[in-house]
Every structure is written in C-alpha cells, then in structure tokens.
Design a protein around this ligand. Sequence first.
Ligand code: CDP
Length: 217
Amino acid sequence: MIIAVDGPAASGKGTLARRLAQHFNLGHLDTGKLYRATALRALASGGDPADPAVAEAAAKAVRAADLGDPRLADEAVARGASVVAAIPSVRQALFAFQRDFARHPPGGAAGAVLDGRDIGTVICPDADAKLFITAGIEARAARRVKELRDSGKAAIYEAVLQDMKDRDARDSQRRAAPMVPADDAFVLDTTTLDADAAFAAALDFIGRKLAAAPAKG
Ligand code: CDP
C-alpha cells in the first residue's frame, strides 16, 4: 500500500504522514529531506545551490545517513532546498531513492507513506491513496514560527512569512514537477483543523478509497 501526501510548507503534511505510517504500520519517507540534504551538501562544499552542476553532484552524493542531520531543519537549508528542487537533473538524481523506498520499504513493511510535493503526480502516480494537504499562508507561517521557537531557534513572523511566500512561488511555478494536487487527490485544508481532526479526515478518505478499490492480485 502506497499513500502519497503532498502539500506546501507547514501545511501539516509531515505530521499527518508520520501518523498514517504508524497507524497502518508502513514505512515513512519525508522526501523534503532529500532536497534539504542536497542543499546542505551544496552549501557545505562552498558552492552555489542554484548552480545545476553543483546541485546535481550534491544530489548524487545524498545517502540515507544524510537524512538524520539536524542541520536539515535550518531555514537557510529549506530555502536552498527549494532552489535545488527546481533543477530537473536534481529531481532525476533523487528519483530512484524515492521509488526504491516506496517499493521496498525498510523492515519489510507492507507499504509506505511518502510526503513531499510531487509524490502523487510524479514519484508514485499509482499510489493507493493521494492526499494534498494545504492551509492558509498566515496559518502556515505561524505554525513554522512556533516549530522553530519550540526547538530553541529565534524566528521573526514577517521573515518566515516572506520566506514561505517565496518558496511557495518557486515550488508551484517551476517547470519540473511543480507542486500541484494530482487529479485524484483528496484536497484537505487544515487552516482550522488541528492534527487530530486532519488525521481523522485523512483516515476517512483512505478508508473510502480502499473500500472502492478493486482487490489486488
Ligand atoms: O517542511 P517544509 O515543507 O518546509 O519543507 P520540505 O518538505 O522539507 O521541502 C523543502 C523543499 O524541498 C520544498 O520547498 C520543495 O522545493 C522541495 N521538495 C520538492 O521539490 N519535492 C518534494 N517531493 C519534496 C520537497
């Protein structure tokens, strides 16, 4: 079973994906970490993440062990991630890692939940259920500020909001795999929903989707 969870920054997709994976006993991959790890490698090498040659080399060097680096949470890395993510050769270099995870989730799990921007459209177009999680930009910026402050980092609301607007624009306007809901995705706006309510709505959709699906095999 593959569940695709896409959506913009701080929409609640990560929390939801984690909870779904736990509930259904599936593997979970936060694909944003691959783009963040690419940006981190490019920045650490002293190169410019916007340079396609630098970014592609960084993407090719990304390994599973990179995904636990605490520096991936930095906002500068997130910004760099949305820059490298617009480069087609970077997306291509990270494609196999994501597909392998979906097909062979770690620990022999019966499937996987992947969260990102293009899971339902490009990485797993045959996913059993696709969700597109969104929320108003002010609500998302406020959540990100809280997240940053809770982890002991300083955060200015206006700066986070502007960063998020820039990143939304880059992610949805790029030519390579732009952020857009798949035709068959369930679009869930979490502006006024807490994590429990979003989880309940997602479970309801997945339950109906699986019940309607023809039996496999
Ligand atoms: O958690 P947040 O949404 O802030 O960021 P993320 O999910 O870690 O993704 C960071 C950046 O990577 C995004 O702004 C996208 O540009 C890019 N990304 C992507 O292009 N495709 C994905 N499947 C996942 C992330």
